[in-house]
Design a protein around this ligand. Structure first.
Ligand code: MIC
Ligand code: SF4
Length: 652
């Protein structure tokens, strides 16, 4: 039987297990990336593990989320990150140099390699044939120390592309179409492998828009085969030597197939407040728009902004609308500036921002109350823009530019006298590299910690008795933005868990953190897909710090589930009936000895509620995950492994 592209790369990197769907495998990681809001904990954990040098081929630390440095705490974090990169041997990308995924794809991403990143959109370079996976910070720490990364072998699904995109339909519409069909849960436990004749019609940057937003489907990763388009892109970014042809075998067998005929696509838009709430733009035409933002790791590339500049050339942004362009990398800004496009956009009324994540997580450009904001981003979870009850729509740069011109949502096909800009790559991506500091150019060789940088929180061993109150009952699709929001007021405490934990679940219930700390133990209860969205391990670390011992949910998002194990919180699956019957405030007791059950491989646990009724909860965990739970999480487990000489990071 032939192999899929995913299987080929995994096979090349396999250090433990067999490539059987659902089995745990250990893979070698070639490259890691981290960014400013997850990176501080990554390096603090690296230090706490006693490691002293990066072991992967490439490790890159980007400063991209909070580059405005509103508070000295942000700037201290950046200084700490520079010092950690210098001390331990990683590349350092200075604040303002661009979003991790954009700078990584320009400088390091390469076909056939594996990449692990502490950001959920790490799969972006899948568009270049790299197998890239988002993970919690400590998983990146351990991989960076040279240990394998463990994952349940996902299903490999073929997304067969046929035909060619018509005018005005874009790569963003391909992924919005998949979200419309599959929902934000549709990719959980899957790697989406793009196949079929439509693949060659898409440039590498278009492919990366699609792989980037595979994250919103919940997919473990998304990947394209490599071909002339990949080669062409790598030549343009000045790294032709990184090209390698990798294709699935002709007789590769996939677990499933989804067919998308590109020629059937039209401009689509995700309505508030879920990325899968997708409709054709024509359905919401006429809705007035107060703000348009073009940027983010999904659509912030040179090739994304150029069409906007072309559409705005000689025109003006509507007086009722504010238009902001926030490029994904400084290289894109620099090139657009040299070519005169920045001036053209400014003349049209665009506010040109530095290269940052910023508005994507509510840092700057918070929409006005009761207004519509159209963004080329990947997430529109309620409140993420920085204001509750927001109305954020997600669309392509072309649809965003059309709205900026018209002052209302409009299908760009209905604009008068505006030509479809098409996709154009620059001859060369030739921005300067001054903001990327290589390990051998490092300015520091010692860690610089400001007063806001705290300690890595640790948990005690798992106890046998697990009992406490159901402190909060939540619905389906609770995001990590609900658990630990990323807005500026909160983000500046990412390296200070004592303070950060005060904000835990505040977007769901402001009293939660105080109640949890008082109860000193207890459970969270949730519906389906609990913890979807970001990779931030703080969404497990903070509940752990407040004493939460278990989460009872109908299902978990992949990265958050791993983070719960990493921080010693027991993730138990309950069925819909049990979920419906449990009320917030109920007394929950796990009848069995949990420690013993976890260690002995027990899968079904009896949950007694209010000493009145009982239900079954399932622990679906590998042996390694059980071992981690038993000793209080991944940090203590890794240290123990190192002492016993097991599969732990190398320390030299
Ligand atoms: C996001 O898009 O939600 C973030 C902010 O990039 C997060 C990372 C973080 O919370 O620091 C992600 O996607 O993992
Ligand atoms: Fe940054 Fe937004 Fe991309 Fe997250 S999704 S990395 S916040 S641009």
């Amino acid at each position: 039987m032939g192999k899929t592209l995913t299987e080929k790369i995994l096979d090349d990197h396999l250090v433990e297990g067999d490539l059987e769907t659902g089995e745990e495998i250990g893979i070698e990681i070639d490259q890691v990336l981290t960014q400013d809001t997850t990176g501080t904990m990554v390096w603090l954990q690296f230090e706490a593990m006693g490691l002293d040098e990066v072991q992967t081929e490439i490790a890159a630390q980007y400063c991209d989320h909070q580059t405005y440095q509103f508070d000295f705490k942000n700037t201290d974090d950046h200084r700490f990150l520079r010092s950690a990169a210098g001390t331990f041997g990683a590349h350092f990308s200075r604040p303002g140099n661009g979003i991790c995924h954009n700078v990584h794809r320009e400088n390091f991403a390469a076909p056939g390699k594996t990449l692990l990143g502490s950001d959920s959109h790490t799969p972006t370079p899948g568009g270049l044939g790299e197998l890239a996976i988002g993970a919690g910070g400590i998983d990146v720490t351990v991989a960076m120390g040279g240990a394998p990364y463990y994952i349940e072998m996902p299903e490999v699904v073929s997304v067969r592309l046929e035909g060619e995109l018509p005018e005005w339909a874009t790569a963003k519409d391909v992924i919005l179409e998949l979200l419309r069909r599959l929902s934000v849960k549709g990719g959980v436990g899957k790697i989406l492998e793009y196949t079929g004749p439509g693949v060659e019609t898409l440039t590498a940057p278009e492919r990366m828009t699609i792989t980037n937003m595979g994250t919103e489907l919940g997919a473990t990763s998304s990947i394209f085969p490599t071909d002339e388009q990949t080669k062409d892109y790598l030549e343009r970014v000045g790294r032709p030597e990184d090209y390698e042809e990798i294709q699935p075998d002709e007789d590769a067998e996939y677990d499933d197939e989804i067919v998308v005929d590109l020629s059937d696509l039209e401009p689509l838009i995700a309505r508030p407040s879920m990325p899968d709430n997708v409709v054709p733009v024509t359905e919401v035409e006429g809705e007035s728009v107060e703000q348009v933002i073009v940027g983010s790791c999904t659509n912030g590339g040179y090739e994304d902004i150029l069409p906007v500049a072309k559409m705005l050339e000689g025109r003006e942004v509507s007086m009722e609308t504010e238009a902001i362009v926030a490029p994904g990398s400084k290289q894109a800004s620099e090139m657009l500036a040299r070519e005169g496009w920045v001036a053209e956009m400014m003349a049209a009324g665009v506010n040109f921002s530095e290269a940052t994540c910023g508005a994507c997580i509510g840092i700057g450009h918070v929409p006005a109350s009761d207004s519509v904001s159209l963004r080329t981003f990947n997430r529109n979870f309620e409140g993420r823009s920085g204001i509750e009850d927001d109305n954020v729509y997600l669309c392509s740069p072309e649809v965003a530019a059309a709205a900026a011109i018209a002052g209302e949502i409009i299908d760009p096909r209905n604009l008068d006298d505006v030509e479809a800009p098409g996709v154009e790559l620059p001859e060369q991506y030739d921005g300067s590299k001054t903001d990327l500091i290589a390990p051998d150019e490092a300015v520091d060789d010692d860690l610089l910690k400001g007063p806001n940088i705290g300690e890595v929180p640790l948990k005690d061993d798992l106890e046998g008795d697990l009992a406490g109150e159901a402190l909060l009952k939540m619905e389906d699709n609770i995001t990590t933005d609900h658990i630990i929001p990323a807005t500026q007021d909160i983000l500046m405490y990412r390296s200070n868990i004592d303070k950060l934990s005060e904000f835990t679940l505040s977007r769901v219930d402001e009293t939660f953190a105080e109640r949890a700390a008082e109860a000193d133990g207890g459970f969270l209860v949730a519906g389906e897909n609990y913890g979807q969205g970001s990779s931030r391990e703080h969404a497990a670390m903070c509940p752990m710090y407040l004493g939460i011992e278990g989460v009872l949910a109908q299902s978990f998002a992949r990265i958050h589930r791993a983070n719960l194990f990493n921080f010693g919180i027991v993730p138990l699956i309950i069925d819909e009936d049990t979920y419906e019957q449990i009320d917030q405030g109920d007394d929950i007791e796990i009848v069995d000895d949990v420690r013993e059950g976890v260690e002995s491989g027990k899968e079904e646990f009896t949950v007694r509620v209010n000493d009145d009724w009982e239900a079954t909860a399932t622990l679906d965990a590998s042996e390694r995950e059980r071992d981690m739970l038993a000793v209080g999480g991944k940090l203590p487990w890794t240290k123990l492994q190192a002492e016993e000489g097991g599969a732990a990071p190398a320390d030299d």
